[in-house]
Ligand binder design. Structure first.
Ligand code: MN
Length: 196
């Protein structure tokens, strides 16, 4: 049991602490979002290093992992996924530029988005699945479909994102060379030009 004297951490505290909302157009997390729930989003993020941010709606926030190589549709390919701070739900609608000097400076594209289903064992909530480091979901995105497992390995902050072997598995699939936004159809260059 949690000691009554220790305040519950405000889930978005770390998120807000890292950002200056006078400078970044990213959402503060005070409004809702009109999308099919529960939602997932994968944002392609050209920061100092290109990576993909996978976010799953859990409770009233987005649980987040940075996937350096992005997802694979090959069930034999295990992709490293490093947990990052919880993000507000409205972040699923963010595509644009994080200004120079701000945390995560660079271009953000909504690479894929949609709803998901919890495929975890009978009765297990997403909160429990995340806590136990054993998440299974079916994604209904525009690019990604079908089952994915997110498994915490060892004791630390190392997770693996693995495609489950189903109809949507495809060992030959490669991420597009010049991907476009699942929401606006823009390339990274177009987002940078229009929002920069
Ligand atoms: Mn990122």
């Amino acid at each position: 049991m949690r000691d009554q004297n220790i305040p519950m951490p405000e889930p978005l505290e770390e998120y807000r602490k890292k950002r200056d909302f006078r400078k970044t157009p990213e959402p503060q997390g005070k409004a809702g979002i009109k999308l099919e729930h529960p939602l997932f989003v994968i944002q392609m993020h050209q920061a100092s290093k290109l990576h993909y941010d996978l976010r799953l709606e859990v409770g009233d926030i987005l649980k987040s992992w940075a996937v350096p190589k992005g997802p694979s549709l090959d069930p034999s390919s295990k992709r490293l996924a490093v947990p990052t701070e919880d993000h507000p739900l409205e972040y699923a609608d963010f595509e644009g530029i994080i200004p120079e000097g701000e945390y995560g400076a660079g271009t953000v594209m909504i690479w894929d988005r949609g709803s998901y289903e919890n495929l975890s064992e009978e009765g297990q909530s997403m909160e429990e699945a995340v806590r136990e480091g054993h998440v299974k979901v079916a994604l209904h995105g525009t690019k990604l479909k079908g089952g994915f497992a997110l498994i915490r390995t060892g004791g630390g902050d190392r997770w693996l994102l693995i495609k489950m072997n189903d109809d949507a598995a495809d060992p030959a699939w490669e991420p597009e060379g010049k991907p476009i936004s699942a929401v606006t159809g823009r390339t990274m260059e177009e987002i940078a030009d229009e929002e920069g």
